[in-house]
Ligand binder design. Structure first.
Ligand SMILES: Nc1ncnc2c1ncn2[C@@H]1O[C@H](COP(=O)(O)OP(=O)(O)OP(=O)(O)O)[C@@H](O)[C@H]1O
Length: 340
């Protein structure tokens, strides 16, 4: 068995949890056993965290994998998959670990299943350094749906750091990926969004929306931002904006004025929009496994270390080459990533 094992160095380049997620997901999909060493070696809290353990557990369940080293803090993991066998189940990350990143791990499995599965995931919906759940819903899943990936996502409860308490129902359906051809942004002027609070005064959400609308109007854009207020186990606020295939967000923090939260998110969106490319810096890395399977070409605003690392991981599993080129046409300024 060890001869067939793909060995991945988890400290490569970005050296984050994404190496684990992509490796395990593609291992299940391609049925190639994998060993990941030096997991998150560059991070302060080395090894697997709760979110990564939950992600691996979820994939393990779906392919009855034999797994070694699956515990919080583990710096080495062996994952030996069996045939994918979709089933419904529940997974509790146990902290405010990102539900979105568990979803990120499950998404590619859509390409290898013959019937749908539904997972109830408990954890954090809006946590730092991960896609807010509204970004997943309105940017990631929408783009992927256009290229054949069929899913349903229902958010039951929001969960913030540190208590979590978020709950979502996520369904993945058997999907057939289409070839990508998504280089430039549509330049639509409709900016949709959600300004939300949990266990906090609704005025915070109103102030975030007001500021975002004011700034977007200044740019002659057409904002349509909803307000959401809820009660839950944890407390928090934030804003997520999306403009066709690009998105941005900012989480509220104690001491950070609502107007600043809105301003940061708008600024990020406008910067992405200015590049004229179809995918923002976050989707740039998230699209990579799908591009590996679907082939074709996408346009991104930036080539991040996450993107380079994900390309490197995918190439361990698929016999594909990713060509990155600068793209400066039609007043766009970014990069294309192509798989022939
Ligand atoms: N604000 C955001 N909006 C959308 N996506 C985001 C945002 N912040 C981070 N992401 C995405 O979340 C993922 C984070 O991967 P990364 O490996 O850094 O995370 P991790 O598993 O939490 O590991 P680590 O703690 O080691 O960084 C990437 O796909 C990145 O694009």
């Amino acid at each position: 068995m060890s001869e067939d094992l793909i060995v991945i160095d988890g400290s490569y380049l970005e050296g984050g949890g994404q190496i684990v997620r992509t490796s395990v997901s593609l291992s299940a999909l391609t049925q190639k056993p994998v060993k990941i060493i030096n997991i998150r070696k560059k991070r302060k809290n080395k090894g697997l965290s709760h979110q990564h353990v939950a992600s691996v557990k979820a994939v393990k369940k779906l392919c009855n994998a034999e797994v070694y080293g699956l515990y919080v803090g583990s710096e080495e993991l062996i994952f030996i998959p069996s045939k994918l066998a979709p089933k419904d189940f529940e997974i509790n990350i146990g902290t405010a670990g990102s539900i979105s990143l568990v979803i990120q791990t499950l998404l590619p499995l859509s390409l290898g299943i013959d019937k749908k599965f539904t997972v109830k995931i408990k954890g954090g919906t809006d946590v730092k350094k991960s896609p807010p759940i509204d970004y997943v819903k309105n940017v990631t899943l929408k783009i992927l749906e256009n290229f054949g990936i069929l899913t349903e996502l229902k958010v039951l409860k929001r969960g913030f750091y540190p208590e979590g308490g978020g709950e979502v129902i996520f369904t993945v359906k058997p999907s057939k990926i289409k070839k990508f051809n998504l280089i430039e942004h549509t330049k639509s002027d409709l900016v949709e969004g959600i300004s939300y609070v949990q266990n906090l005064d609704v005025n915070i959400a109103r102030r975030m929306r007001k500021k975002a609308v004011e700034l977007l109007n200044k740019e002659k854009l057409n904002p349509n931002i909803k307000i959401e207020t809820s009660r839950g186990l944890s407390t928090g606020a934030g804003i997520v904006l999306w403009n066709d295939t690009i998105g941005s967000s900012c989480l509220g923090e104690k001491g950070l004025r609502a107007e600043i939260v809105a301003e940061r998110s708008v600024k990020d969106l406008l910067n992405e929009r200015k590049t004229g490319m179809a995918l923002d810096k976050y989707m740039g890395d998230q699209i990579i496994p799908f591009l590996g399977f679907g082939r074709g070409i996408v346009g991104v605003s930036e080539i991040t270390n996450h993107t380079k690392t994900n390309i490197w991981v995918v190439k361990h599993f698929l016999d594909v080459d990713f060509e990155i080129r600068e793209y400066k046409e039609n007043s766009c300024s970014g990069y294309t990533i192509e798989v022939i």
